[in-house]
Design a protein around this ligand. Structure first.
Ligand code: PSV
Ligand code: MN
Length: 388
């Protein structure tokens, strides 16, 4: 049975996973959004909650923001609040899906006024990034059509490219765009950025600081996501992951919950392709906790990513290479499966203690009293959620 070497552990020590601010707010399905006692009322409280995840795991030093959900008067103050809590502000997500004007598109819209409004929103996001010290602007577009013939798909690609060129030109020297794709929803016939190929074509035309964001929940069932990971790393355009898991559509469930083996396979290709602990490839979560507790939900998520990374590090690459060269199909597969079936949890727990963390971050959070405190303190106000 393989064990993690000190080289593996020092790689794992550097692992960093950004948390989405919206994971701490209320969320739900289109049927119901359930309120939860203790839910943050503003972005400051979301950051405080996110900091708890880092405190107990050492894995989550940054928090991604969503504008306007996380709009504040003073971004410097938000940045200081994050620093005081031991975290930093990460990726800024734009939002062009909750405004009447965007019913038929935003960056692809045929009406110049509406398209400019959407471009201006991204300019505002870039201003926020300067204040928060964020490097990445993540763009996910809810644009497309529901019926054949409804739209000129080609003209929309051209307008999208023009819009992205203008946003890209506005970026600071150190800033980047990551363009996320999603195969359907909210549009059901065509989507303007449905797949990694479209995202790649669009970002490649912009320049070196534009990359693809791969959300693990945004593919058709059965898609070989690790192949896409391999290809984007090979092309030098994998900029970010939005990790989550899915059973059916864009379920935004806890990463590694639905299919830990898929997460393992993805992380193997990340390591193989040089994307692990590579500052060019941001690891982020994009999840919602509709029915489970939010802070422990995030703790569980980052631990799942750490566990599957540890297992992927255990793949014996020399043995794998030898088996592949010899066309020994079963031996090659066995090397993979041996690593996947290795339970790394006891070793990670012991290692956590060596680093001054609790062996069991879920239990440590439960015993900390933080949850009881926020439930008692956060009375009144409006709980944060989609649109707050
Ligand atoms: C909508 O599908 C979505 O989940 C995208 O994945 C974005 O990353 C996220 O919302 C935040 O805008
Ligand atoms: Mn996403």
């Amino acid at each position: 049975m393989s064990t993690l070497s000190s080289a593996h552990l020092s790689e794992l020590e550097k692992q960093a996973i950004e948390l989405p601010s919206w994971a701490f707010g209320n969320s739900g399905t289109r049927f119901r959004v359930f309120g939860t006692s203790g839910t943050p009322r503003d972005p400051f409280e979301k950051i405080s909650d996110a900091a708890q995840v880092h405190k107990h795991t050492g894995l989550a030093p940054a928090v991604a923001l969503h504008i306007p959900w996380d709009k504040v008067d003073d971004y410097e103050a938000l940045r200081r609040h994050a620093a005081d809590n031991g975290v930093s502000l990460g990726t800024v997500n734009s939002n062009t899906f909750q405004d009447e004007d965007y019913k038929f598109g935003a960056l692809t819209h045929h009406d110049d006024r509406i398209r400019q409004k959407a471009i201006d929103h991204h300019f505002d996001c870039i201003d926020v990034m300067h204040a928060t010290g964020s490097r990445d602007l993540k763009i996910w577009l809810a644009e497309g059509s529901n019926y054949p013939g409804q739209n000129d798909m080609r003209a929309r690609q051209d307008r999208l490219n023009d819009s992205l060129q203008k946003i890209y030109a506005r970026l600071g020297e150190e800033q980047r765009i990551v363009l996320e794709y999603k195969f359907f929803e909210p549009s059901f016939y065509h989507t303007d950025v449905p797949d990694w190929g479209t995202s790649y074509v669009q970002v490649a035309s912009l320049g070196d600081r534009a990359h693809v964001c791969l959300d693990t929940g945004h593919h058709a069932p059965g898609t070989n996501i690790e192949f896409i990971v391999m290809q984007l790393l090979r092309l030098g355009r994998l900029g970010a992951f939005d990790f989550n898991s899915r059973f059916y559509a864009d379920d935004d469930l806890i990463v590694g919950a639905a299919d830990p083996f898929q997460l393992f396979r993805i992380l193997y290709e990340v390591i193989r392709g040089g994307g692990f602990n590579n500052p060019e490839v941001t690891f982020m979560l994009d999840q919602c906790h509709n029915i489970e507790a939010k802070i422990p939900g995030q703790i569980r998520s980052v631990l799942n990513v750490q566990e599957m990374t540890a297992r992927a590090l255990l793949v014996d690459s020399a043995a794998l290479d030898a088996a592949q060269q010899a066309h020994d199909v079963l031996a090659a597969n066995a090397v993979f499966m041996d690593a996947f079936y290795t339970d790394v949890r006891p070793q990670l727990a012991a290692w956590r203690e060596e680093r001054g963390l609790n062996a069991d971050p879920m239990a440590a959070y439960a015993a900390s009293g933080y949850q009881q405190k926020i439930e008692a303190d956060r009375v009144g106000g409006v709980q944060a959620g989609w649109g707050a």
